[in-house]
Design a binder for this molecule. Structure first.
Ligand SMILES: [Zn+2]
Length: 283
């Protein structure tokens, strides 16, 4: 061992663990509103995400979207932006701190600073039953980033062009009509939809295991603001073996854009940007 533990090492390690944020203060959408919102949903559009590829979609504030498993067990990597200002985007790190390493019904997806507000609220999750397994794993994580060709190059010494990072980049290049190099910086850390992951209990290393998702399962969100989204159907398939190659069976995913009743839409209020004054103590 390179360091010598102090005499009170055990005592120091036994300090009480405290949840960092006062999560009771996180503003949530009222259960009664979500119930009314869900009561009369109409599917107004369906976007197909081909395997080992990505697609973009738009959701007006107050509408919603579902990511649906079809044909086979498949994991998706989700990016979200404020449709009116692409510099405001999903902030997986803050979402993790405010909720947990994995998200489910009732949790919200937050945007980066300085907007820092809820951008989507999870209203239904057919995999909510999974909870935490004996390995410490859970579903829909905000701890992994996304598979990418740079890490693959470092670890395997080859170029692979259908990692989620590249799929999302290609989809956004088409959406915005810009070269890949220009849109690549927009791609950010994802919500790993349907992916089953955790940290090993002994060495705390990021692990994945075969996703419990099956055709018909879905996760559903209200758009708290106007959204532009991009979803990649991961080359890892159900992420039960390898990724960043063409060996694993992969399946499409569907994105259903849903609309609530006019009465509910009339009542809906989009989330305002964060109220902090941004002076940072400078007078
Ligand atoms: Zn991936």
């Amino acid at each position: 061992m390179s360091t010598t533990p102090p005499v009170d090492a055990a005592e120091r390690q036994q300090a009480q663990a405290i949840v960092c944020y006062n999560v009771e203060s996180v503003p949530r959408r009222a259960a009664s509103f979500i119930e009314a919102w869900r009561a009369e949903l109409t599917v107004v559009d369906t976007v197909v995400v081909p395997p080992r590829d990505a697609a973009t979609f738009k959701v007006p504030a107050g509408h919603g979207f579902r990511i649906v498993s079809v044909e086979g067990s498949q994991v998706g990597d989700l990016n979200l932006w404020n449709a009116n200002d692409l510099s405001e985007r999903f902030f997986s790190g803050k979402t993790r701190q405010l909720h947990a390493s994995h998200v489910t019904r009732g949790d919200r997806l937050w945007t980066n600073l300085p907007g820092m507000r809820p951008m989507a609220t999870i209203t239904h999750d057919t995999l909510e039953w999974y909870g935490w397994d004996a390995d410490g794993g859970g579903v829909h994580d905000v701890i992994g980033t996304r598979c990418d060709p740079y890490t693959n190059r470092v670890l395997n010494g080859v170029d692979y062009h259908h990692c989620c990072h590249s799929n999302l980049t290609r989809a956004m290049a088409v959406e915005l009509g810009l070269p890949a190099a220009e849109v690549e910086p927009l791609i950010h850390d994802v919500l790993n939809v349907f992916m089953c992951t955790g940290f090993t209990l002994d060495t705390h290393q990021y692990f994945m295991k075969a996703s419990p998702v099956r055709p018909g399962d879905f996760i559903e969100f209200i758009a708290d603001i106007d959204l532009l989204g991009a979803l990649s159907s991961c080359p890892g398939g159900n992420c039960g073996s390898t990724h960043s190659d063409d060996k694993t069976p992969c399946y499409p995913l569907h994105i259903e854009i849903v609309k609530p009743s006019q009465a509910v839409l009339a009542e809906f209020k989009a989330e305002p940007i964060n109220a902090y004054d941004r002076t940072h103590g400078i007078k």
